[in-house]
Ligand binder design. Structure first.
Ligand SMILES: [Zn+2]
Length: 92
């Protein structure tokens, strides 16, 4: 896999811990075991655009107040999306 920082081909899929600011800016949470690319050559660990998008989108759709300060990627994505229900609630 190609490292987007140093162009080395020594980059591998891995996972790491990331600190993510919530969309409303109220706090940051720790997300363990988040899929990342780890480059053996330059030591860089980074999330792909795809993973970043999945996390960002999901945080917009769930009730982030229910999130613990420390979670993991799987638990985060398991949080039920509430946005749709809110729409229904408002319309009834
Ligand atoms: Zn690299």
């Amino acid at each position: 896999m190609l490292c987007k920082w140093c162009r080395s081909t020594e980059a591998n899929q891995s996972n790491n811990t990331v600190y993510w600011e919530l969309p409303d800016g109220s706090r940051a949470i720790t997300i363990n075991e988040t899929p990342c690319i780890h480059c053996e050559d330059c030591g860089m660990q980074y999330q792909t655009d795809e993973t970043t998008e999945i996390i960002e989108n999901h945080l917009l759709l769930i009730d982030t107040k229910l999130l613990p300060d420390i979670t993991n990627y799987e638990q985060l994505l398991a949080q039920p999306k509430i946005l749709k229900r809110y729409y229904f609630d408002f319309s009834t």
